[in-house]
Design a protein around this ligand. Structure first.
Ligand code: MN
Length: 128
């Protein structure tokens, strides 16, 4: 039986951290949280996640700059990254795909569909 997938959530907003991680844990995933790009890199160096959920707006290095950095490094290029974008910022979505994200999920997340959306991205990634 396959181990539970590890999802790294890179998000600086405490409310979003709590909401996102609680839905993912309930959906059966293992979750690690990072509040910044620096913290995310520490998590990734310690253990490669199966998927990264990446807030676009982070203090310090923003989420899309981190995405580009991860996509350009051989060890991390294969990790699927899904951007978490604010509803109103539609330009973020094109930028997310251009940075190398496989897709995006709009915030605030819909707790009824979020687990399935994440599962869909994981299945697509594993099929490649
Ligand atoms: Mn943020």
């Amino acid at each position: 039986m396959k181990e539970r997938a590890l999802i790294l959530v890179v998000e600086d907003n405490p409310g979003n951290q709590l909401l996102t991680s609680s839905v993912l844990v309930r959906a059966g995933y293992e979750v690690e949280l990072a509040e910044s790009s620096v913290e995310a890199l520490e998590h990734i160096a310690a253990r490669l996640p199966d998927l990264i959920l990446m807030d676009v707006q982070l203090p310090g290095m923003d989420g899309l700059s981190l995405t580009k950095a991860l996509k350009s490094a051989r060890e991390t290029a294969g990790i699927p990254i899904v951007a978490l974008t604010a509803h109103a910022m539609s330009g973020d979505r094109e930028d997310a795909l251009a940075a190398g994200c496989v897709g995006y999920i709009a915030k605030p997340i819909d707790t009824r569909t979020f687990g399935d959306e994440v599962r869909g991205f994981l299945l697509t990634a594993n099929a490649h």
